[in-house]
Ligand binder design. Sequence first.
Ligand code: PLP
Length: 402
Amino acid sequence: MLAQRISLLSESGTAAAREAAQDVVAAGHPIIDLATGEVITEPPSSVREGAIAAIKAGTNRYTSSIGLLPLRAAVAEKLSTETGISWNSEDIVITAGAKQGLLDAALAVLDPDDEAIIIRPCWPTFPSQVLLAGAKPIFVDARPPTYIPAIDAIRAAVTPRTKAMIINSPNNPTGAVYDRTTLQAIGDLAVNYQMWIISDECYSNFVFTGVPHESIVMAHPGARSRTILVNAFSKELAITGWRLGYFAAPPAIISAAKKLQSHTTSNANVIAQQAVLHHLQVGDGSYEREIHQRLSDARTTGLRILADLQDVSPPIADGSFFFYLDLSRLLSSLPDGATVRSTEDIARLILKEVAVGSVAGGTFGDANGLRLSFGVPPDLLESGLRRVVETLNSLKTRKAAA
Ligand code: PLP
């Protein structure tokens, strides 16, 4: 008999979509995988050189549970530059990816029966981690086309049990980038109702609106004492598999994370820590600018192709690297008797018929969405999106789709 908490979880839908795509490839059918939540490119040479140097030097020991001091200092400096707000090493915890930082945050602030507000569509790990902490996810729906949450809807979800609010801008899956007014209003709610803000900013390098990413602590400095700002190197440096992230938080959360990490992972992988430290010491920002430019170009190309969709509005895709399609109009215009009735059916169909991987919105708590990544190499993206457009545009005229 397993513990009850396991029954609260289902396997990550994004991981399941990735595995479904891999199964098709393993069966000998090449696919264009737009399901992936990664930028498909090589990591910077500085990161690789840092890792090799650390291995050659025989680096092998535990680090402090919250990470190497020079790395924490370098991350604090990076965050100070990016936010224009001063941080130092004591404010920083190094984690095994953003995922561990988010779990630390949930375990540190949520008691059983507490409530945590989550904006939906959402990355499925947010509610799963809230459940793991014994607390209750309370969803607030953000609606298309902007997917920016209405502040009144968030306020209406607050109860005496609300302990935290999880926000994610730039957003996975919707691509929404919260404007300053929204961030300020969220900050006000946190202060007025004494809630924690767990702010997942791991797509901060991927904003395409012409202005840099704005963190909640920049928009609302007064909310900093209630904010756990989570970020990672996974996406920015294309090192998802290396598992390195961080968070910045008030002292009580830092000391909670020291305890939590000392009893769970001990520390983030020391080679990855040394590698990213080396990058932060010698990197001049050119890799980050190049990856941003590549994604910006991919977004422009993709939006041009997606403009040919019928019965589906082009996505906004202000940030992250996902096109998130709202298929509600298309689904409601399908003929009676069509066998394709849901976004799950559509994701299955485009994988089977035109060999393109995607993630259906149900994974994110939204029956109408379909997520397509533009982190894949440009030629694959173009071909994959054209196939998706062709297939979606054909659905209305099919009698009984496969
Ligand atoms: N947060 C969001 C919103 C994500 O989309 C992801 C990965 O897809 C993560 C966190 C996980 O980041 P990491 O790989 O650094 O744990």
